[in-house]
Design a protein around this ligand. Structure first.
Ligand code: ZN
Length: 288
């Protein structure tokens, strides 16, 4: 990606190093975190459930060590700010031109280890997530090391896709999709709820694709050769089937909550090839 000309978002909160615990400060072994990461976020436990039951990993009351985080000019932080800034401009365009609505951007919180959210305590082990109650995207940047090392998905566009996917959840919140899904979830079986979750996740992937397409229309220099392939590779790497096979040796489709590798790739691609949110109707289609 070429982000040189991109303005940084003003909606980033840097909570790194602000108390908490985690990969860097010890307390939880890296193995535990990796297992939790694979088992929890990707394999389909609802992050909200995890948040509520996060007792054992709970950070001690935070008051001491409120050190300043790393300088906000570090490379990763600048990258995140620029990508988020681009999603703001791009979704502003999409909302006006495709939906006749006004886009309201989310805030992105960078944290390390654990942090408080309106949805409960956020843990690095959960992977990046979106909390609709405070309209914030949460990310511990060490997730990018995981993505590269454990999931073999390297590259800046793969990293941008992670942000774009979470912003996709924010868009779903603005459009009222997530509220409808939450309401429906309470009335149905777990298997059915998982199927709804898959549709929600695949739509967020599709929205990430729409973002990339419309961002590219506005700035032809933004994407470089190979970028989209990088994103597709990342989407494939975190498909439920591949993760299940890695962690438990077999695949249980009923337990999917994010979609198979093939489905994630398909919907990201569909968003990218159309640049149109209407093409992301994962709820109105039989065949995902
Ligand atoms: Zn998601």
């Amino acid at each position: 990606m070429r982000l040189d000309d991109e303005a940084e978002s003003q909606h980033v909160e840097d909570r790194r190093g602000a108390g908490g615990f985690g990969l860097r400060t010890g307390g939880v072994g890296i193995g535990t975190v990796i297992v939790a990461l694979a088992a929890a976020y990707f394999l389909g436990i609802d992050p909200m459930l995890l948040l509520q039951g996060a007792g054992s990993l709970q950070a001690p009351p935070q008051q001491a060590q409120q050190q300043a985080g790393p300088a906000a000019t570090d490379e990763m932080s600048v990258f995140v700010r620029k990508v988020l800034g681009n999603t703001e401009r791009t979704w502003d365009t999409v909302f006006r031109s495709q939906l006749g609505q006004q886009y309201q951007p989310p805030t992105l919180v960078m944290f390390s280890g654990a942090t408080q959210t309106a949805c409960g305590t956020g843990q690095a082990a959960m992977g990046p997530f979106y909390c609709p109650a405070d309209r914030r995207v949460y990310i511990d940047l060490s997730f990018y090391d995981e993505l590269r090392q454990r999931f073999g998905a390297a590259g800046d566009f793969a990293q941008a896709y992670v942000i774009a996917h979470e912003v996709g959840h924010h868009v779903q919140h603005l459009l009222g999709v997530s509220d409808q899904v939450d309401a429906a979830r309470r009335r149905i079986s777990e298997t059915q709820a998982n199927q709804l979750s898959v549709r929600l996740e695949l739509q967020a992937d599709c929205f990430a694709g729409v973002w990339a397409a419309v961002a590219q229309q506005a700035n032809q220099q933004l994407l470089e050769p190979g970028d989209i392939e990088e994103g597709l590779r990342a989407a494939a790497a975190i498909g439920d089937d591949r993760l299940q096979r890695q962690s438990q040796g077999h695949v249980v489709p009923e337990a999917f909550t994010h979609g198979s590798s093939e489905q994630r790739v398909r919907w990201l691609r569909r968003g990218f090839e159309s640049g149109n949110v209407e093409r992301c109707d994962t709820f109105g289609t039989r065949q995902l």
